[in-house]
Design a protein around this ligand. Structure first.
Ligand SMILES: C[S@@+](CC[C@H](N)C(=O)[O-])C[C@H]1O[C@@H](n2cnc3c(N)ncnc32)[C@H](O)[C@@H]1O
Length: 207
């Protein structure tokens, strides 16, 4: 009961604050400003990407958790473009095959229970010329010490962070799902603890 209170009433506010760390907001801008037209964002969270979609006409905001989406409503109401909330999971996307030009994920792939199924769905609904734009925290690519710490802490992180895995090799999962990178960069985000600091910034297309 206390855990349920934490998850429903406290965690969404913590998420809303942490995800506004300045270094993350800067990267959101870099990822999203070039996107035009219609977009599907998976794991829309509290709507922090809205200000950076400068050239977007309409946005499908896929967010399964109503307590988190509740904190997005005010941002959605002030959005200068059409936003449709889709209460669904990335593992079962309610979109036709090859129907979308742009799909966005910012710090969502860490939390999806069945990541490979979600990536197969993203692949299915993306047009052959479409782009999957993402920023995610990842398993550290080099440091064995940090990798071990990430694996050690992931069971706790999943409990306090609504299913968040610290140790996912997102690049590997994307390649397994038959994506190819058209842009890829690893960086350390300022203001984030070392165990979750290594980020993948990427744009991927269907092979
Ligand atoms: C760390 S938050 C990131 C929120 C937001 N993308 C951002 O950049 O601030 C992870 C988000 O993924 C969502 N999520 C969890 N499981 C999901 C699933 N199966 N499908 C889609 N989204 C999911 C959570 O509800 C949460 O909003």
């Amino acid at each position: 009961m206390i855990y349920q209170f934490y998850q429903r009433r406290i965690f969404p506010h913590l998420l809303n604050q942490v995800m506004q760390t300045a270094s993350l907001m800067d990267k959101r801008r870099e990822l999203l400003v070039p996107i035009e037209g219609e977009v599907l964002e998976i794991g829309f969270g509290t709507g922090l990407n809205i200000p950076f979609y400068g050239n977007v006409d309409s946005l499908y905001a896929l967010e399964p958790n109503p307590d988190i989406y509740h904190l997005a409503i005010e941002r959605v109401q002030h959005a200068p473009f059409y936003v449709k909330h889709v209460q669904s999971s990335a593992e079962k996307l309610p979109f036709a095959d090859a129907s979308l030009d742009h799909i966005v994920s910012t710090w969502t792939l860490c939390s999806i229970p069945n990541l490979d199924l979600a990536l197969a769905e993203i692949y299915r609904v993306l047009k052959p010329t479409g782009t999957f734009h993402l920023i995610e925290h990842v398993k550290h690519p080099d440091s064995v010490k940090l990798q071990s710490l990430q694996t050690l802490l992931t069971p706790i992180q999943k409990r306090i962070g609504d299913g968040c895995h610290l140790n996912r090799n997102i690049e590997h999962h994307l390649l397994q799902a038959q994506f190819k990178f058209v842009e890829k960069e690893y960086f350390d985000a300022d203001g984030i603890p070392a165990v979750a600091q290594k980020m993948l910034f990427a744009r991927a297309q269907k092979q």
